[in-house]
Design a protein around this ligand. Structure first.
Ligand SMILES: [Zn+2]
Length: 311
């Protein structure tokens, strides 16, 4: 029998803060955390097209996590250990971000779960007197920090791409080496590289982890966020991701959510990750990951090349 903590009961103050933040950002959904000193929050318009909304690799919750990690990387762990709040239900990808980076999040549907975009709540309700008002005097918007962190990733990755050619896994290793060489890592991080191989064999994108600038900036998250920033579309069916280290739950959820294939892309990893966050990932659930095998991957590579030349 598993013992679960009872579900968190949202307080009137939680609700008041959520409503107030939504009122500040009309037409947007919000996420926030009170770290004891500050109410840190993020906001984002929710895509109206449900088919794309599921695979957009950012959200108020992801912005909150990436923004906090970027403003002061050394303190983000402590800040994110508190309960997060979101005004919009968590998608699979958001839940995995919370699980790996923050632990817990309560969903506070605003008012009577109003989806009335832009309506918000009357301004007097929490401003001035009332619950949440004094705490909101210390509110900090971390959305720009999240955007800047992602823009910095894109810029760094454009500077000097590693040499093309060789097996995709070898290119992924180049990216990992680059992360180490350029000192992009948090002191406890291992260097990780990932590349996206499209169905026609083209290596479309490479990425490295940048934990020094934010603990959620894993190579696969960077890869997914860069892909979406460039294409605004899911990763095509039949694509493969080659990554030097087995995916954690967060990265697996992002890759699955972002893929045109509901089971996610096929993922080939260089080294197994014995850590607890690499267990029971969605890629494992859908049986979509396998270890790199030098011989069979070489043969697969050659047969692809022959298919292409013969076709
Ligand atoms: Zn990861």
């Amino acid at each position: 029998m598993s013992r679960r903590a009872p579900p968190y009961a949202v307080t009137p103050e939680d609700r008041a803060i959520t409503d107030h933040l939504r009122h500040r950002h009309p037409g947007e959904e919000v996420a926030w955390v009170d770290d004891g000193e500050l109410v840190l929050h993020a906001h984002r318009p929710i895509p109206t097209d449900p088919s794309s909304a599921a695979s957009v690799p950012w959200s108020p919750v992801i912005d909150l996590i990436q923004g906090i990690a970027s403003i002061e990387p050394g303190r983000s762990h402590a800040r994110l250990r508190r309960r997060l709040f979101s005004s919009v239900p968590l998608r699979m990808m958001d839940a995995a971000f919370v699980k790996v980076q923050a632990k817990r999040c309560a969903v506070v549907l605003s008012g009577a779960a109003k989806r009335i975009v832009g309506a918000g709540v009357p301004p007097g309700r929490v401003q001035g007197e009332g619950p949440g008002a004094s705490r909101l005097a210390r509110a900090v918007d971390v959305t720009p920090a999240a955007e800047e962190a992602r823009a910095a990733v894109r810029t760094a990755h454009h500077l000097s791409p590693p040499p093309a050619g060789g097996l995709p896994m070898e290119v992924a290793r180049e990216w990992a080496l680059r992360a180490r060489r350029e000192g992009e890592l948090h002191r406890r991080d291992r260097p990780v590289g990932a590349v996206l191989e499209l169905p026609d064999g083209e290596i479309a994108l490479g990425a490295m982890n940048r934990g020094g600038e934010g603990r959620s900036l894993h190579a696969e998250v960077n890869l997914a966020q860069m892909w979406w920033a460039r294409r605004g579309a899911p990763i095509p069916k039949g694509s493969r991701v080659h990554v030097t280290l087995q995916c954690c739950r967060m990265c697996a959820a992002v890759l699955v959510a972002l893929s045109e294939d509901a089971r996610g892309p096929e993922v080939i990893f260089g080294e197994p990750d014995p850590g607890r966050f690499a267990r029971e990932t969605l890629l494992q659930t859908f049986d979509r990951e396998r270890p790199f095998d030098r011989l069979s991957d070489r043969l697969a590579d050659r047969s692809t090349a022959e298919d292409l030349s013969g076709g």
